[in-house]
Design a protein around this ligand. Structure first.
Ligand SMILES: Nc1ncnc2c1ncn2[C@@H]1O[C@H](COP(=O)(O)OP(=O)(O)O)[C@@H](O)[C@H]1O
Ligand SMILES: CC(=O)N[C@@H](CCC(=O)OP(=O)(O)O)C(=O)O
Length: 297
């Protein structure tokens, strides 16, 4: 039996959340569901319920997922060695086949299954379906500190988005489906590109001019020098924190994606811990929010 105290608490939360629910109804929210945020099936089921609730409130929700750790496990099982340059997986032909199998196959279908089991209408797509994410080979260069000569680094089938076919997503959202996108891209010759999931989510959010890009990861938000989570950071602060090393590693491309997204028509991006209970709902519907908000200021 639910106690009177709990009813009062729930009513308080609901009355706080209602204005926010009205604000986001009819708006687009892109959720990047990172491999580290996925956890076990119970966590996945809770994520799925939150996504379905968003849709029921009238939010046009689009999920773009990752799966880096899961790709790593599969490559290990198959005894295929993998390495990273600047946080990007060097992807030869053999590896890109596994990447596509894991991302567009098992992970995509697991998320679609969980959302549908929670009462939603999810449709799984990879960036190749409907030409959703068109891509080209990513070129990276690095200056050799000794010779000062710029070297071209070959990352194989790692791609960068050149265009996003937003119409595919708009059609599905209008028909009340929840698109679930695997971050693989389609090259000019029909080849598959492995695209970082943050980058893909940013490109999708920008193409849809989303109100929010929520980056679900395994850390509470962006931390300052004293390891305190910052509720908000400006574009200038983020650039300074990258320059002085407070933001490093995998957080750099994540922040860069958020900065690009807000420069390209996304109202704000948020980095938050996707393993926390109802992280998405708390961020959108409770005034204190969750994680770190990045907006164009
Ligand atoms: N200033 C910072 N605040 C928070 N995390 C940071 C910061 N700088 C670097 N990081 C690192 O970035 C990681 C998140 O990036 P990453 O592991 O690539 O996420 P994901 O796999 O979810 O895309 C954190 O776990 C943390 O180790
Ligand atoms: C080029 C590149 O590195 N692609 C990533 C794609 C998956 C991803 O980004 O997943 P997370 O968000 O879970 O890290 C990879 O192969 O791991």
């Amino acid at each position: 039996m639910i106690s009177e105290q709990e009813i009062v608490l729930k009513a308080d939360i609901l009355s706080e959340a209602l204005p926010f629910m009205k604000r986001y109804a009819g708006k687009t929210v892109v959720v990047k569901y990172g491999g580290h945020a996925m956890g076990d099936t119970a966590l996945g089921a809770r994520f799925a319920r939150d996504v379905v609730l968003l849709k029921q409130i009238g939010v046009n929700v689009v999920v773009v997922h990752g799966g880096g750790p899961q790709i790593g496990q599969m490559l290990e099982r198959l005894k295929i060695k993998s390495s990273f340059i600047d946080g990007l997986r060097v992807t030869d032909k053999e590896t890109v086949d596994i990447v596509e199998m894991v991302l567009a196959g098992s992970i995509n279908k697991e998320i679609v299954g969980l959302i549908n089991a929670a009462g939603g209408r999810a449709i799984g797509l990879s960036g190749k379906d409907g030409g959703l994410i068109q891509a080209k080979k990513l070129t990276r260069t690095k200056r050799d500190p000794e010779s000062n000569i710029e070297q071209v680094l070959d990352l194989g089938f790692v791609g960068e988005p050149t265009a996003v076919n937003a119409e595919v997503l708009s059609l599905l959202t209008k028909a009340d489906f929840i698109p679930v996108v695997a971050p693989t891209g389609l090259g000019d010759e029909g080849e598959t590109y492995n695209i970082n999931a943050d980058t893909s989510a940013g490109a999708v959010a920008a193409a849809l001019k989303a109100t929010r890009l929520l980056m679900l990861t395994d850390i509470a938000g962006v931390m300052d020098q004293d390891k305190k989570v910052m509720p908000e950071i400006t574009v200038a602060q983020a650039r300074a924190m990258i320059a002085d090393g407070t933001i490093y590693g995998g957080m750099i491309p994540k922040i860069e994606t958020c900065l690009d997204a807000v420069e390209n028509g996304v109202e704000a991006a948020v980095i938050l811990d996707g393993r926390k209970a109802h992280a998405i709902l708390v961020e959108l519907f409770i005034s204190s929010g969750a994680g770190t908000l990045i907006s164009k200021k």
